[in-house]
Design a protein around this ligand. Structure first.
Ligand code: DON
Length: 324
């Protein structure tokens, strides 16, 4: 059996194993998200040498939601540098829900850029003088990371704009403490637009593989992100990417990752590959139920945990090329 067949079969096997799981609920607090088909299920894996494997509903588009936050954080780091960004947002796990309104009590900064508060602070930094220009710059970067043209879901954007009062409250609290500037609506428009980007599973796997590949797109070799800050982002994904499940995730899966309430989740195996799962039924913490199950399973089967000892001296990519 060739390696590519083996990987495809591994994905197929994991897909079959979890395809009948019906636990969890589709997010409804943004009314438009309730329209997702709860049973959709796709998995993609992209290697840093440009091979892509996918199963199930991987072509189904969904909104990226919080999975945008590592990329927005990276854009802010590239534009303003580490010190200026850390003046506005900490890089500490919050241990709290993604929509927590709490700020770090000493400096009143949001705990990290992966929860809503931090993501809004970052959106406020990367917004441009016009609303469209800031959104365009973000979409352009995400298209480069995905390697294809992407669009916003304007219905989801309108739905969150109409109902996102908790995020509005978080933003005004941050205005009060000087974390964001007075253009609160503008910052929220940037954030809601970022969350409304339509992607499929393969896009997320490619974005994750771009992070794994030192910021270089694995297929077209374009330098999407500068190398300097990718490690900051992976570190924060590792410690904060799964909200109040981040610690258990680090133990059980052991990979930098990010989830979103649209049902997407991506994980990065540094220098090796990107993994993405789409399944919109969420657990109580807002993470995709089957997304977590698949990542746990693949990490175990392929020895992907960052601190794995059973594969000492080898790696998934070495195994991949040795088996060619
Ligand atoms: O701000 C919100 O609530 C959503 N636009 C995104 C939240 C999200 O994806 C958190 N994830 N699990």
């Amino acid at each position: 059996m060739t390696t590519t067949t083996h990987i495809q079969e591994t994905l197929q096997h994991v897909y079959e194993k979890y395809k009948d799981v019906r636990d969890g609920e589709v997010a409804t607090y943004i009314p438009e998200l309730a329209k997702a088909k709860p049973d959709d299920f796709g998995i993609s894996l992209a290697t840093v040498d440009g091979q892509v494997f996918s199963v199930g509903d991987w072509r189904q588009e969904f909104t990226i939601q919080s999975v945008c936050t590592p990329f927005a954080f990276l854009m802010a780091l590239e534009e303003f540098g580490r010190d200026a960004v850390l003046e506005k947002v900490c890089v500490e796990p919050s241990g709290d829900a993604f929509n927590s309104i709490e700020l770090e009590p000493r400096t009143m900064r949001p705990f990290n850029p992966m929860i809503n508060a931090g993501a809004i602070a970052i959106a406020s930094m990367i917004k441009k003088s016009s609303r469209d220009a800031g959104v365009r710059a973000y979409v352009k970067k995400m298209q480069m990371a995905a390697g294809r043209t992407l669009n916003l879901d304007h219905a989801v954007l309108a739905s969150e704009t109409a109902t996102g009062n908790r995020n509005r409250a978080i933003a005004y609290l941050m205005l009060n403490y000087g974390i964001i500037d007075a253009a609160v609506d503008h910052a929220l428009h940037q954030y809601f637009s970022q969350c409304s980007l339509l992607v499929n599973c393969q896009d997320l796997a490619m974005m994750a593989a771009t992070l794994a590949n030192k910021g270089i797109h694995p297929v077209n070799q374009e330098q999407v992100f500068g190398l300097e800050y990718v490690k900051d982002v992976l570190a924060v994904m590792f410690t904060c990417g799964l909200y109040d499940y981040a610690g258990e995730w680090a133990c059980r899966v052991g990979l930098p990752a990010k989830s979103g309430v649209g049902g997407g989740i991506l994980a990065v195996v540094n220098r090796q590959l990107g993994i993405a799962v789409y399944s919109p039924r969420l657990d109580a913490k807002g993470n995709s139920v089957r997304g977590i199950a698949v990542c746990k399973d693949l990490a175990l089967q392929l020895g992907l945990h960052a601190f794995e000892f059973t594969n000492v001296g080898s790696s998934f990519m070495e195994w991949l090329s040795a088996a060619k």
